[in-house]
Design a protein around this ligand. Structure first.
Ligand SMILES: [Zn+2]
Length: 438
């Protein structure tokens, strides 16, 4: 392994090698320096293994400076050999070595505030089938396997390997997290889509923010219709899956992948909903500092794989889509709109004051939003609808998920079916869209 104990010090020989190399020392100069510093202690059998406390010998080789067991091997020694063999075979060695070291510095700094320990994967006290770069050990006993992935990805065996690896980690009781080298990012030109290796499909996660985006995307699909969303959001025109059963919108699930550039300290969280194993529809790509990407959430149950302004991004996406939708709807029903506009103008004055009171009392008794649902109708004044939206935005956290769903449903009913919308004013339609996506 790369570390050993010298009385009370932990000596990381690979790290010392790297430090010397970064300062510009030649290979022979590095060996000379480290020989002078440590060889005598190695001869005196003063280095011991962190895992089994046996004496270990210093081996200075460029590819892998390390400490070797002389007598009986221990789990860490076995894990170390397996680990080095895996990295040499599967990863781009230079990139992986540098990136892994940087990742360690960032990770260690961030997770320790949660009382989480970072260990080299091979220092695990029992023999592992596949050895990760790092293992995070939580105070609760929970363990995460952390890998920096740089590998020979075009290779089909690499895909199988990632699959095996994920399964092996889970079998060992680890939650796997993959930090993928940024060179893997592949945006499809003229589309909001990404190309994926099979290996990437196997490394995707579904975080709490992905769950929020999933809900959002499904609301888009139900409110605007799938073909509209595919055209306006992803630039895909030929969306045409089972149009006969179009009343049943399929459920979309959003996933994310974390791409890192360790030397630049950057991360991109790419959110997408899979088209198939080879392509994903790009939902959002959050550029965040690496420091944040290796930080744990407040609850300590996931990495902070999100940007701070993502809820704003969701709103912007909604605004963009609803403006487009408005524009389309306008072309379809010019006549109805002008008529309806006059009607609603007349009604505002008559009903606004009375309804304001009802809205407030409906929101006051949060348990029963049914009176609110009764107010939302095809002939309600736009002003009142806007007032309801304002009120709901402030009070949304007080409503149950079911109540919100009922309100959204009512808004969709007022708008009517996507292919044959109800003749309501543009202002009210805009308001209903906002309600439907609340
Ligand atoms: Zn040992």
């Amino acid at each position: 392994m790369e570390t050993a104990i010298l009385f009370d010090q932990k000596i990381d020989i690979a790290k010392e090698w790297r430090t010397e190399a970064l300062e510009g020392s030649s290979r022979s100069a590095i060996i000379q320096t480290l020989e002078k510093k440590y060889r005598i202690h190695s001869r005196k059998r003063s280095f011991s293994c962190q895992c089994c406390s046996q004496q270990v010998i210093l081996v200075l080789r460029e590819e892998s400076p390390h400490f070797r067991h002389e007598g009986k091997r221990c789990p860490s020694a076995d894990n170390y050999e397996k680990y080095i063999r895996r990295v040499n075979k599967q990863e781009s060695i230079q990139i992986h070595r540098v990136g892994r070291a940087i990742l360690r510095t960032y990770l260690e700094g961030q997770v320790k505030t949660h009382g989480v320990l970072l260990e080299d994967g091979y220092m695990y006290r029992s023999v592992l089938h596949i050895v990760p770069d790092y293992i995070l050990v939580f105070p609760s006993g929970e363990k995460w396997a952390i890998d920096y992935v740089t590998g020979s990805r075009e290779d089909e065996s690499y895909n199988n390997y990632i699959q095996k690896r994920t399964a092996a980690y889970k079998a060992a009781g680890f939650t796997p997290y993959y930090f993928i080298d940024a060179s893997w990012i592949a945006k499809v030109p003229n589309r909001s889509m990404i190309s994926l290796y099979l290996a990437e499909s196997q490394m995707k996660v579904h975080s709490s923010i992905d769950e929020d985006w999933s809900e959002f995307v499904n609301e888009f699909m139900e409110t605007f219709g799938e073909s509209f969303v595919f055209r306006e959001m992803f630039g895909v025109n030929h969306f045409n899956h089972n149009d006969k059963s179009s009343s049943v919108v399929q459920k979309y699930k959003v996933f994310s992948l974390a791409y890192v550039d360790p030397t630049e300290g950057k991360t991109w969280i790419q959110r997408f909903t899979p088209s198939n194993n080879k392509f994903g529809y790009s939902i959002y790509c959050a550029a965040i500092p690496l420091e944040k990407a290796v930080s744990l959430s407040k609850e300590g149950d996931e990495f902070q794989w999100w940007a701070d302004d993502e809820s704003e991004a969701m709103r912007e996406c909604l605004n963009r889509l609803s403006i487009k939708y408005q524009h389309n709807a306008k072309q379809n029903s010019e006549l109805f709109q002008s008529q309806n506009h006059i009607d609603s103008q007349l009604m505002i004055a008559a009903t606004s004051t009375k309804h304001t009171y009802e809205v407030k009392s409906a929101l006051g008794s949060v348990v029963d939003p049914s009176s609110l649902i009764d107010i939302i109708t095809n002939d309600m004044p736009v002003e009142l609808a806007q007032e309801i939206i304002e009120n709901l935005r402030v009070n949304k956290f007080r409503l149950s998920k079911q109540s919100i769903e009922e309100i959204r449903h009512k808004a969709r009913l007022v708008m009517g079916p996507i292919r044959n919308p109800n003749p309501i004013s543009p202002g009210l339609r805009q308001a209903m869209i906002e309600l439907a996506l609340l």
